[in-house]
Design a protein around this ligand. Structure first.
Ligand code: ATP
Length: 235
């Protein structure tokens, strides 16, 4: 379980995230909704140790993450799939994936199991494993980014807007894969613009506005909430 308490963070000593409390329970899918600039990326980057918090704490399965280096956080079981994918475009798909397994390199057997598992989840990546990642379609590149994060053998996967820039049909495929990953027992913390599709696969959700949690509840409660329906579901 991930417990974020009173978390504040920002850029150049200016906080854009203000005293945020968020919990992502083990094995559940937790969605974070919010307009552009509401602080979702800043929250995720702070949880995974890329940004330093100015206040508050992040605990994962009882271990305090704040202060650990980013690779220590990955080793603790938390993988961050960033917005914008950040693949090595000229490197073959499989090399990109193996880089994701770098923190587990001492256990070669496990790395091979993980690779077989991500190819099962995304068969097209197996077909294209020798192709440079940059030659794949947008949806396939997003699959590489998710698969690379899974290669670190996480118990919690943090996914920042995986459907960014994708056509509706491809978005649906990516979110189906996210739901499958969660059914396989991996907890997911997901930021997603497609609020309705995200809430349908989620257990719990939070709504961020201007760096603060303004609403939270079960996915069903949020789907029924008049404010959420008006602001995020266009109903
Ligand atoms: P988006 O969906 O656009 O990524 P978001 O909810 O993830 O939105 P953040 O990216 O966390 O929001 O941005 C929160 C605030 O922090 C915004 O006002 C943004 O302009 C600011 N911000 C983000 N990145 C930086 C940066 N590198 N330097 C300075 N300010 C930043």
């Amino acid at each position: 379980m991930l417990t974020v308490r009173g978390l504040s963070a920002g850029y150049d000593a200016v906080d854009v995230l203000h005293a945020v409390d968020v919990t992502a329970r083990a094995g559940e899918l937790t969605v974070v909704l919010g307009a552009n600039g509401s602080g979702k990326t800043t929250m995720f980057r702070t949880i995974s140790g890329i940004l330093r918090p100015s206040a508050g704490s992040v605990e994962f399965d009882g271990t305090r993450l704040s202060g650990l280096p980013a690779d220590g956080i990955v080793k603790a079981g938390l993988a961050h799939c960033p917005e914008g994918r950040h693949l090595f475009a000229k490197m073959p798909v499989e090399k990109n994936l193996l880089l994701g397994g770098y923190v587990r390199r001492r256990n070669r057997r496990r790395v091979h199991e993980l690779l077989a598992h991500v190819y099962e989840l995304f068969p097209v990546l197996h077909d294209k494993r020798h192709h440079p990642a940059g030659t794949l379609s947008g949806g396939q590149q997003q699959m590489v980014a998710i698969a690379r994060a899974l290669m670190s053998d996480p118990s919690l996967l943090i996914l920042d807007e995986p459907s960014m820039g994708l056509a509706p049909l491809v978005t649906a495929q990516v979110l189906d894969a996210v739901a499958q990953i969660n059914r396989d027992g991996i907890g997911v913390l997901l930021a997603e613009q497609n609020a309705q599709a995200a809430l349908r696969i989620a257990h719990h959700g939070y709504v961020l506005a201007e760096g603060r949690v303004v609403l939270s509840g079960t996915a069903t409660d949020l789907l029924d909430d008049p404010e959420v329906r008006e602001a995020y579901l266009g109903v």
